[in-house]
Design a protein around this ligand. Structure first.
Ligand SMILES: CC(C)(COP(=O)(O)OP(=O)(O)OC[C@H]1O[C@@H](n2cnc3c(N)ncnc32)[C@H](O)[C@@H]1OP(=O)(O)O)[C@@H](O)C(=O)NCCC(=O)NCCS
Length: 133
């Protein structure tokens, strides 16, 4: 999971951050192929709301419906769910297309939300939401 996290994100989570998330009760859905982890979805539930924290699919396994399948699994196997939210980088067109396809709507903008890159540029986050009821 740590390796896939490093591969998929420019600003990946540290091993410690991933451990802490899992220890504190975040939910993890994984996809395996031939015994190898090729995708995961990390989310956290607070009352009747879920926040998707990370979704990642190995480069060679993309555009095969894995991210959509993990997302559908999460939405269909959670009881009493009212809303699902997430933040996504404004430049992440693949993820924005995925979430739009899943029925998420853009509901807000967090200016300069992400930590600055090497050039000092802090990217905006789009806040997306899907109502389940
Ligand atoms: C975003 C990501 C998780 C998508 O995973 P995936 O398994 O390739 O997505 P799916 O195959 O389930 O795609 C479902 C739909 O999303 C949209 N989509 C996914 N990737 C896309 C891309 N690169 N360009 C345009 N649309 C895309 C399409 O509508 C796609 O349906 P289609 O293939 O029938 O056209 C993957 O590209 C990834 O791991 N990216 C790096 C990590 C990341 O940015 N995560 C999201 C932020 S937390």
């Amino acid at each position: 999971m740590f390796r896939l996290n490093q591969q998929a994100f420019d600003q990946a989570w540290s091993l410690q951050a991933l451990f802490s998330a899992l220890e504190s009760g975040y939910d993890l859905i994984v996809c395996e192929k031939d015994g190898l982890l090729v995708g995961y979805l990390l989310s956290v539930r607070v009352l009747d709301e879920i926040q998707i924290m990370q979704i990642a699919v190995a480069t060679l396994c993309r555009r095969q419906g894995l991210a959509a399948a993990m997302s559908h699994y999460l939405l269909q196997h959670t009881d009493h769910l009212e809303q699902v939210t997430l933040e996504v980088r404004a430049s992440n067109h693949a993820a924005r297309a995925l979430y739009a396809r899943l029925g998420f709507e853009e509901v807000g903008l967090r200016k300069k939300y992400y930590a600055p890159d090497e050039a000092g540029f802090s990217e905006d986050a789009l806040l997306m939401s899907k109502h389940m009821v």
